[in-house]
Design a binder for this molecule. Structure first.
Ligand code: AMO
Length: 427
């Protein structure tokens, strides 16, 4: 008999035989009746066995199945008023395909009280929980919608290197790797490579892992994360901010369209966000007015980002025209000591930053020196702008950050399958 996914069982199956495969979420072992709660990736159902209706040995075996064992069940679908799904499966045959050790190291019920550290130690089991599955099903939609959006707008997907020779986002946050006789580093960002592609391929995007050796351990930082980046030639920062706005709106629409069930499980209703634009100076005075302790020249603190969400709920807040001091060397410096750099805040957290880039070698050299970096280390990159490199702009959305903001998760680790942080390297 072919397998039927639990989520596909419908009225047309009532009174018919089906075969399901999945995991035992719960066992209720009564004298004359046994209940199994069985789940697969598409849903869960109640399976019942009545004494006298099946062989005695099978009846006894059902009561002793360990939770989280993988089973295969054949039975009849019966309409049921008691079962939450409106039907139940009357067990006729049951095989334990893979027994589970008992007791379980974590609680695998949706309302599990197991602490996050322990859950992450047993992430493979944590992934049996329907609410955790919902997060990663939605994240899968997010990545796919990102790809679809840019593919359908004629962007080219690029595959940048992950082993690089130089820092991009500041000198101290690199993981060194031994590269034959030299020291190389894990990429902190596809920044330099996406730029070198955009000056020939015009419109590029990538989804790629990045590594940052930041020592702090916070609910919003990972040491390995995934970035969704774009870079566009003949475009300024305002052009790409608009693109970001449209891409995020499309992603939210797709999640609403494709993940109704998952949003229900997470008890979330998503509205397509609005957008709001502030210059850095405007943002600082707005936050000051709202009693956030901040001065001109400061980076936006987490409570400032939260305040922006409070003032403009469900809005992508763009903060542009940042001072030179607060942006990386590759961001275009303007005459008034501001730059073409911006941040995007959504759900009370920075989900993206980007800007117009320096496309003129002389300015790039000056900027590198200003940031304490050696132009010699960046020769290959600077040289790429000597052959008709047009002005260009781009940005990067952190995938886990975005998932965290979208689904209102309290800790970025909830949005990462196997987080790498200051102390965690396994599983
Ligand atoms: P930035 O360093 O701001 O910019 O990173 C872009 C986005 O990536 C996410 N992010 C992180 N997520 C989790 N843990 C971290 N440690 C972490 N660091 C960053 C955030 C952030 O907004 N090259 C530029 C982008 C560009 O200009 O195109 C860059 O990497 O969501």
């Amino acid at each position: 008999m072919n397998r039927t996914y639990i989520g596909n069982i419908a009225k047309k199956h009532f009174g018919k035989q089906v075969m399901v495969e999945g995991w035992v979420a719960d066992v209720r072992d009564l004298a004359k009746i046994k209940f199994l709660l069985v789940r697969d990736i598409s849903g869960q159902l109640q399976a019942v066995a009545l004494k006298g209706m099946i062989e005695d040995s099978l009846f006894r075996k059902i009561g002793r199945i360990h939770p989280e064992s993988a089973v295969k069940i054949e039975g009849k679908v019966n309409k049921s008023k008691q079962a939450r799904q409106g039907f139940e499966l009357q067990i006729q045959k049951l095989d334990v395909l893979a027994d589970s050790k008992t007791p379980l190291p974590i609680d695998t019920s949706p309302k599990s009280k197991t602490l996050i550290d322990r859950r992450l130690d047993y992430r493979f089991l944590d992934l049996r929980r329907s609410n955790i599955q919902a997060i990663f099903k939605i994240q899968s939609t997010v990545v796919n919608a990102f790809r679809q959006f840019f593919m359908s707008n004629d962007y080219i997907e690029i595959q940048p290197p992950s082993i690089i020779a130089t820092a991009t986002e500041g000198g101290t946050e690199l993981f060194p790797v031994k590269y034959f006789e030299k020291t190389a580093y894990l990429a902190q960002s596809p920044q330099l490579y996406k730029q070198m592609c955009a000056i020939s391929l015009e419109k590029v995007f990538t989804v790629t892992p990045v590594w940052r050796a930041e020592k702090h351990n916070t609910p919003r930082h990972l040491n390995e994360s995934r970035q969704m980046d774009i870079e566009v030639a003949f475009a300024d920062e305002f052009y790409v901010m608009k693109v970001l706005e449209e891409a995020v709106k499309y992603i939210v629409e797709e999640v609403n369209r494709q993940n109704k069930k998952e949003l229900d499980i997470l008890d979330l209703k998503l509205k397509v966000p609005k957008s709001k634009y502030f210059s850095y100076k405007e943002a600082i005075s707005l936050l000051k007015k709202n009693k956030i302790p901040i001065e001109n020249g400061d980076d936006l603190p987490p409570e400032g980002e939260k305040k922006l969400e409070e003032l403009y709920p469900n809005t992508i807040v763009f903060v542009h025209s940042w001072p030179v001091k607060l942006k990386p060397f590759y961001i275009w410096p303007k005459k008034d000591n501001t730059t073409g750099g911006f941040d995007a805040i959504y759900g009370g957290i920075e989900i993206s930053s980007g800007g117009q880039r320096v496309h003129l070698p002389e300015i790039l050299e000056k900027q590198l020196k200003l940031k304490g970096l050696k132009p010699k280390d960046f020769e290959y990159y600077i040289d790429s702008f000597r052959f008709g490199a047009p002005f260009h702009s781009g940005w990067s959305i952190g995938l886990e950050r975005f998932t965290m903001a979208l689904l209102k998760l309290g800790n970025i680790r909830e949005a990462c399958l196997f987080p790498r942080d200051r102390i965690r390297l396994t599983p």
